[in-house]
Design a protein around this ligand. Structure first.
Ligand code: NAD
Length: 521
């Protein structure tokens, strides 16, 4: 069991409470972690606030130079960190490098080249109403950002928003998940190692109550990644002040296989997209729609691919590890039992593995219907539910008629048709003839619609998410007055002409109207 057990460290109230971390691979106790108290949270936020004053004055070039040191730290300690992340989560070492640590160079290099362009002041078009004036947009940091993160990609889903917020000039309060506190300590270590001034990044450990204390504290924005239920609570806390919130929530991603697809590639993509990280991804393949014409062949190929998937702890170099959180296995079991009860067929898996730790077999389900929990709710486990559809249009309709909309995939040998289907899908990202990978391109905005949340990060949006915009309009001082300032006496005729010129699309009329207005004061 790796679900943290909260214990009272000194038996004198909650002040020195700790929680324990167990290995998802063996079930043994690994360490105890201190739960940051409410008073400590407030003190930490005060440090972040006072650091903000000088961090926002630090030039963008200097902020980036300091943050580029993270790359050096990861170059030296990355493989050790990968082992510790795998110990924390149970994920294969390959995944700790690919899906966690690789985000550091990818996003730093991207923002190193893009940040000045995105955040710098830029000129925008003027308005016909205001000739002789110049308009600009510029950005400034929001302040102290609370980043509350989940356990499934505990490094990446903290690191990317932290780096983005810091580059944009904010300071950060990080509350990593209590399920993966070892990675929380890695993050603390990385920021200590690069030598940022005190308070620029504060890491607090603890469970939901620590997260709630942070959401109630004196922060200026909350960037939350996690479940819909917690997202609602975070938003309610933010609404009291009010402060902005960004919610990156769950998913039930659709994977559409058209009759003309390369079925071998689609089957391999489907197995990886649904089972990588043991299916514990907001962007996991969780609903597979296959056109009837190729349904039997695709299921046959997918069965073959899933059969090949090996399961084991990080040291076994298997494809798939255990589930990171013990409670999540119970959700998977409940969803599978409900599906079987309602008529789904298990082709593979559908059970825990008979070994210590939190292992669940890669599972393939067919004959899945919309009234099943496995179709309606996020499963977040190694289960591939397949649905037969009559056409790609039906698949798109079903994909869209759902509470979630995060990422989708479509497989077809006709790329034009693939892009057309992608355009019809109601979600934040779509991969054509691929799966999940769009998340890994730092230039592409990431985020969801409907219950998958709102707001975008990654790409330019990743810096804008942590910035206020400011509009500036400059008058060059050619006139002492403006035609629409007081007095209004004798100005109606001129204003009428400007109005009708604008709505009627006549620039001449607008100019004439302006001249009349000027003549009258
Ligand atoms: P969770 O909502 O249980 O916890 C997320 C974080 O919120 C944790 O750090 C937790 O301690 C904290 N928290 C709990 N109660 C809180 C409260 N009242 N106030 C403030 N913080 C509180 O989610 P989880 O189980 O850690 O993560 C799994 C979920 O996250 C899944 O639904 C998954 O789809 C989603 N997720 C979304 C994305 C995305 O980018 N859209 C990425 C990964 C995971």
């Amino acid at each position: 069991m790796s679900t943290p057990q909260v214990t009272n460290g000194n038996g004198k109230g909650t002040h020195h409470a700790t929680f324990e971390k167990r290995s998802p691979v063996t079930g043994e106790r690994l360490a105890d972690f201190h739960i940051t108290t409410e008073a400590e949270v407030r003190a930490s936020v005060a440090r972040a606030r006072s650091a903000f004053e000088s961090w926002k004055q630090t030039t963008l070039a200097r902020r980036i130079e300091l943050l580029m040191r993270i790359k050096e730290v990861v170059k030296t300690h990355g493989e050790e960190y990968a082992r510790r992340i795998s110990e924390d989560t149970g994920k294969p070492l390959v995944d700790s490098l690919l899906t966690e640590l690789m985000s550091v160079p990818l996003f730093l290099d991207y923002y190193k080249h893009e940040a000045a362009r995105v955040l710098g002041r830029h000129k925008v078009p003027g308005s016909i109403l205001f000739p002789g004036k110049t308009s600009y947009v510029e950005h400034f940091p929001i302040g102290v950002i609370a980043i509350i993160s989940p356990w499934n990609f505990p490094l990446q889903l903290s690191m990317v928003p932290i780096m983005s917020a810091l580059i944009a000039g904010n300071t950060v309060m990080l509350k990593p998940s209590e399920v993966t506190p070892i990675t929380g300590e890695i993050l603390r270590e990385i920021f200590q190692r690069i030598g940022l001034p005190t308070g620029v990044v504060e890491v607090i450990q603890g469970d939901g109550s620590t997260g709630a204390a942070l959401a109630e504290a004196d922060v200026d924005k909350i960037f939350f990644t996690g479940s819909v239920a917690t997202g609602r609570k975070v938003m309610a806390a933010a609404a009291k002040k009010p402060i902005p919130v960004e919610l990156e929530l769950g998913g039930k991603d659709a994977f559409i296989v058209c009759a003309d697809a390369n079925l071998e590639r689609a089957a391999r993509a489907c197995a990886w997209g649904g089972l990588v990280n043991c299916g514990q991804m907001c962007t996991s393949v969780e609903r597979i729609f296959v056109e009837a014409k190729v349904y039997d062949r695709f299921v046959e190929l997918l069965t073959r691919e899933v059969e090949k998937v090996t399961v084991g702890g990080p040291d076994e170099h298997a494809d798939m590890g255990p589930m990171t959180m013990s409670r999540q296995i119970e959700i998977v079991e409940r969803h599978v039992a409900d599906a079987i009860d309602k008529g789904a067929k298990i082709l593979l898996g559908g059970r825990r593995l008979d070994r210590p730790g939190q292992f669940y077999a890669p599972t393939l389900l067919t004959d899945v219907r919309v009234d099943m929990d496995i179709y309606r709710d996020e499963t977040f486990g190694p289960v591939l539910p397949v649905v037969k559809v009559e056409s790609a249009d039906q698949a798109v309709r079903m994909a869209n008629e759902h509470q979630y909309g995060l990422v989708g995939s479509v497989f077809t040998s006709d790329v034009k048709k693939g892009i057309a289907i992608a355009s019809k899908m109601e979600c934040g990202q779509v991969n054509v003839n691929d799966v999940v990978v769009s998340v890994g391109n730092p230039a592409l905005p990431f985020g969801g619609v409907k219950n998958s949340g709102f707001g975008r990060y990654h790409g330019p949006e990743g810096l804008l998410a942590f910035s206020h915009q400011k509009a500036i309009m400059v008058d060059r001082g050619y006139f002492d007055t403006e035609p629409f300032w007081f007095p209004y006496k004798n100005k109606y005729e001129g204003m009428r002409e400007v109005f009708h010129g604008l709505v009627g699309g006549s620039t001449m009329k607008v100019v004439r109207g302006f001249l009349k207005l000027r003549q009258n004061g």
